[in-house]
Write a protein that binds this ligand. Structure first.
Ligand code: SF4
Ligand code: SF4
Length: 191
């Protein structure tokens, strides 16, 4: 039997064939993808639109009709927040109350959205952006001014407290059933 460095020649040619075949297949994949449109983008110079239901960083908003701060300082968001990252102080005023101070430690937020769900005035919202990277976690301790500025900077998500609570309400009875109930018609038992 012919030997090549102590190994049978047939083993050498078989391994060389496998190597050439593997390199050819890899090069074929490379060539196929060389002319494809890339799926990546040059973020942050190019940004993809977020879906409507995207929920990102949190913010406070102003009322659309009056331009006043929507937050009434009720502290419901503070009570419901599982990691307790929200702190609110209420300022009492004549017609309505306001938040005297409002802080949110975004670095410890779980993005569970409970604060948004309980807010009676839709004052706290999630935004269609996650663009808040920081090298120092103290930059992610957001005060009232910064939360309002974020609310003006980015588009809010579709979800607000009132919309989410409406979705969780028990379903209304079908119209025909409701009419029959109102007339006091008894349903005949099925045979
Ligand atoms: S999203 Fe959840 S964890 Fe984050 S602030 Fe709101 S309630 Fe707290
Ligand atoms: S953000 Fe909403 S739930 Fe939180 S204190 Fe303000 S009004 Fe109350």
């Amino acid at each position: 039997m012919a030997l090549n460095g102590g190994r049978p020649a047939s083993g050498f040619w078989s391994e060389a064939g496998q190597l050439v075949s593997a390199v050819s297949r890899a090069m074929a994949v490379t060539l196929r993808n060389l002319f494809r449109k890339p799926v990546t983008i040059q973020y942050p110079d190019v940004q993809r639109p977020y879906p409507d239901r995207f929920r990102g960083i949190l913010a406070l908003v102003y009322e659309k009709d009056t331009g006043e701060e929507a937050c009434i300082g009720c502290r419901l968001c503070e009570y419901v927040c599982p990691p307790q990252v929200i702190k609110v102080e209420m300022r009492k005023a004549g017609k309505r109350n306001y938040a005297k101070t409002f802080t949110l430690e975004l670095y410890a937020c779980e993005f569970c959205e409970l604060c948004v769900q309980v807010c009676p005035t839709d004052a706290i919202v999630m935004l269609k952006s996650f663009d808040l990277a920081a090298a120092d976690r103290r930059d992610l301790l957001l005060d009232k001014e910064r939360l309002h500025a974020l609310g003006l900077q980015f588009e809010p998500s579709w979800a607000t407290g009132n919309r989410l609570r409406d979705m969780q309400a028990p379903p209304k009875p079908a119209r025909t059933e409701a009419k029959a109930d109102a007339k006091g018609e008894a349903k005949e038992p099925a045979e």
